[in-house]
Design a protein around this ligand. Structure first.
Ligand SMILES: Nc1ncnc2c1ncn2[C@@H]1O[C@H](COP(=O)(O)OP(=O)(O)OP(=O)(O)O)[C@@H](O)[C@H]1O
Length: 381
């Protein structure tokens, strides 16, 4: 077994707790508040991260995710709130007393030091032990033999892997990643995404990563924390966030969506233009209210022939855009005031339907796939 992996396990870094044992949470944030002058950057942030979890802080530019990561790291201080790491209150501890490794967006390696010197920078002890540690870490990140190179001789992806090795060198309890992939090109980014996730799972190291890239968060995280204007909009697994967004902001920020505005009818349907739509979980007492229905493009069903049925209508085929593995079809629905729906359809399905531009296509919006929002909040059944 790789020595680092072995050490991580000996250090107790494995994420799975024995049945019945009480493992303290890796991180607990309560009531975190941060202002810069009169500007509130973070407002009442509460979050618990379990040992071994990979959590992504996701949100648009300026929502406060980097500020939150810096507060966890002790590089910024909060105006109010408490930070607990593995049961230890570190709120007033300086950065050096908090047990974490960090990787920033820009590689932040010392250009005048070799790879080995960069990785060993924070290590204490005998030079021979350090050499062994560096060798093990380089093997761990798949870059054995580059000890003597300088950062300038490495590609961007290699530099970020070295930065990761440096962050892991002291076997920290927590790994903090601040947009570590955003300076890399798409192919390297995708590759490193998988590598970092695999490494994190093998080491069982609790990880918090800041990203504005929803795909990154959806593919890497155990849980996603969606942030907006300094507060948390939703915390959930990638599946929860994608399929059951709790606010319109989350639904719009993560993935594509169709939005349909309609009025709730006395019998419980929602009228959109001349069409009556039924949604599962439409709660009572909404008669006459204007609501917004939400459906993901891949949930829109196209039919080869008209069969009628619930939530089925005729649309005109607007256009077909190829997006590699699937196609995005735009559909204009006359019975919904010429609203344009988008549907994501596989290439096989598209070939089966044999669609021609301008053709009339029967379209269904399955009731179970329609979610209902009033103003900002999603209506809960
Ligand atoms: N030192 C500072 N002084 C004043 N305002 C700051 C400071 N640091 C951050 N801010 C403000 O706080 C808000 C949150 O910034 P933060 O960097 O945390 O956002 P972010 O979500 O990480 O965005 P990005 O993805 O663009 O880095 C922004 O409006 C930013 O301008």
């Amino acid at each position: 077994m790789n020595r680092i992996l072995e050490q991580a396990i000996n250090d107790g870094a494995t994420p799975v707790a024995p049945v019945g044992s009480t493992v303290p949470d890796a991180l607990g944030l309560s009531g975190i508040h941060k202002s810069f002058g009169s500007f509130t950057a973070l407002n009442d942030i509460n979050l618990t991260v379990k040992k071994g979890e990979f959590v992504c802080l996701l949100g648009p530019s300026g929502c406060g995710k980097t500020t939150l990561l810096r507060i966890i790291a002790g590089l910024e201080s909060a105006n109010a709130g408490q930070i607990v790491m593995l049961g230890r209150d570190v709120t007033r501890q300086p950065a050096a007393k908090r047990d974490y490794g960090i990787v920033f967006q820009s590689y932040a390696l010392f250009p005048n030091l070799t790879v080995a010197e960069n990785i060993a920078y924070g290590l204490k002890g005998r030079s021979q032990d350090k050499q062994t540690r560096v060798r093990d870490l380089l093997a761990l990140i798949g870059l054995s033999g580059i000890e003597g190179k300088f950062p300038g001789q490495l590609s961007g992806g290699q530099q970020q892997r070295v930065a990761l090795a440096r962050a892991l060198a002291t076997s920290p309890g927590l790994l903090l990643l601040d947009e570590p992939l955003s300076a890399l090109d798409a192919r390297v980014r995708e590759h490193l995404r998988r590598e970092i996730r695999a490494l994190q799972q093998r080491l069982g190291i609790t990880t918090i990563m800041v990203t504005h890239d929803q795909e990154e968060a959806l593919t890497m995280a155990d849980r996603i924390v969606v942030m907006n204007h300094g507060h948390i909009e939703q915390i959930g697994t990638p599946d929860d966030i994608y399929a059951m967004p709790q606010s319109r902001f989350v639904a719009e920020f993560v993935g594509r969506a169709n939005w349909l505005t309609g009025e709730v009818q006395p019998q419980g349907a929602v009228r959109v233009g001349d069409t009556q739509l039924w949604a599962n979980k439409l709660p009572p007492l909404l008669d006459g209210r204007t609501v917004t229905l939400f459906i993901r493009p891949e949930a829109v069903v196209l039919h080869a022939h008209w069969q009628g049925g619930e939530n089925t209508m005729l649309a005109h085929l607007g256009g077909v855009e190829s997006l590699g593995g699937f196609c995005r079809v735009s559909l204009i629905v006359p019975a919904m005031n010429n609203l344009t729906l988008i549907a994501d359809v596989s290439r096989t399905e598209l070939a089966r339907l044999n669609l021609q531009a301008g053709q009339r296509v029967p379209v269904s919006l399955p009731p179970h796939a329609l979610r209902v929002f009033t103003d900002e909040a999603q209506v809960k059944a």
